[in-house]
Design a binder for this molecule. Structure first.
Ligand SMILES: [Zn+2]
Length: 142
């Protein structure tokens, strides 16, 4: 059967808000594993799991073995991908991001960017998800 590209990824609102609060007050990148269902026509995230990580303002490292361990504990749910922050950055994905997501076979790959445009007081934010990991997909909260 042909696998169709899902149009939307659904995120749990509370988990997202908690993540956003943490990411906005952390000068370093913050990464979570996205746990949920990955069906051919629908991706639903039900939990954000915070693995041990070593982060700087422009990089975050985690242990691949942690995904394997987590995966065994959450069946039949799956680790569908990751979300990480880009503090002080306008929206972009780096080559390292694409390489990492490709290497680990992430189905969805999210970046939360926040930045302050020069001369403006208001902080701007953008939450962007990719499928595969470079095709943009939309998200919604539930
Ligand atoms: Zn990144």
């Amino acid at each position: 059967m042909r696998k169709t590209k899902p149009l939307v990824i659904e995120l749990p609102r509370r988990q997202w808000q908690r993540y956003k609060r943490l990411a906005l007050k952390t000068p370093n990148e913050v990464l979570v594993f996205l746990v949920g269902h990955n069906d051919p026509d629908r991706i639903e995230i039900v939990d954000f799991v915070y693995p041990a990580q070593r982060a700087t303002p422009d990089a975050v490292e985690w242990t691949p073995q942690d995904i394997v361990k987590l995966q065994a504990q959450i069946l039949p749910l799956e680790v569908v991908g990751t979300l990480h922050s880009h503090p002080g950055c306008e929206p972009h994905i780096s080559k390292a991001d694409v390489d990492t997501a490709t290497h680990f076979g992430e189905v969805v790959f999210g970046v939360f960017s926040w930045w302050r445009p020069e001369g403006q007081r208001r902080r701007r934010m953008s939450l962007d998800f990719y499928y595969g990991p470079t095709a943009p997909i939309t998200h919604k909260l539930k």
